[in-house]
Design a protein around this ligand. Structure first.
Ligand SMILES: [Zn+2]
Length: 208
């Protein structure tokens, strides 16, 4: 399955590639947070494929009465685990808490309790499908992987736990930005899980 994954930065290049048919074999869009919903809605309209996304720490709390608080034509996967095209796809939005009044920000402990809410569905999938999860989309990176030392960009330890427990084959995240002059890598493999920072966009091919 060809996936277009995006996060954190609106790129003119993505608009151009989408409008000139360069993404025509993309079968699914994944949004890893901190993007204006108009950008995601544009991609859904142009590519006419499903979109799953999680909110980032700069996104609003979803409220069905407020039009700009969710992405039209997409599904918010925060703390959900769904089956799409035979892939089991889970989502975990938000980042570590660095401001007391910030939205979609969680202390390390709060993040664990959020991750625990996925347990019943993971166990059910294991019974039904023989595995808990194939793809996990998050905004934050896990702790110690593609994260940073400043308060806002420390990774969530709950995600390291979730990787160990659910054993997804892929984790896609955003939140930490890498630039050309920075040697940090955007891909790390931990046991069975390939962790990819998709910032600002990546085309990925995942197989069953
Ligand atoms: Zn962020």
């Amino acid at each position: 399955m060809k996936i277009l994954a995006v996060s954190d930065q609106v790129l003119d290049r993505v608009y151009t590639l989408a409008s000139t048919g360069q993404f025509k074999d993309v079968e699914l869009i994944l949004g890893c947070g901190d993007l204006p919903y108009a950008y995601l809605e544009y991609l859904v309209t142009m590519l006419n494929v499903p979109l799953f996304y999680v909110p980032g720490n700069h996104d609003p709390n979803e409220n069905s009465a407020k039009k700009d608080s969710f992405c039209e034509g997409g599904s918010n996967l925060d703390l959900k685990l769904i089956r799409h095209n035979r892939f089991l796809i889970g989502g975990f939005g938000g980042s570590v808490r660095y401001r007391p009044d910030g939205t979609n920000q969680y202390t390390q402990t709060e993040a664990y309790f959020r991750a625990f809410r996925l347990i019943p569905r993971i166990l059910l999938n294991r019974r039904k499908h023989g595995r808990g999860m194939d793809i996990l989309i998050t905004h934050s990176p896990p702790f110690g992987i593609h994260d940073d030392v400043d308060q806002a960009h420390i990774g969530l330890k709950a995600l390291n736990w979730l990787i160990r427990f659910a054993k997804p084959r892929h984790l896609f995240h955003g939140h930490t930005h890498f630039y050309m002059n920075n040697l940090a890598k955007s891909e790390t493999v931990i046991n069975l899980t390939r962790i990819t920072n998709v910032y600002p966009y990546k085309i990925l091919d995942v197989h069953h």
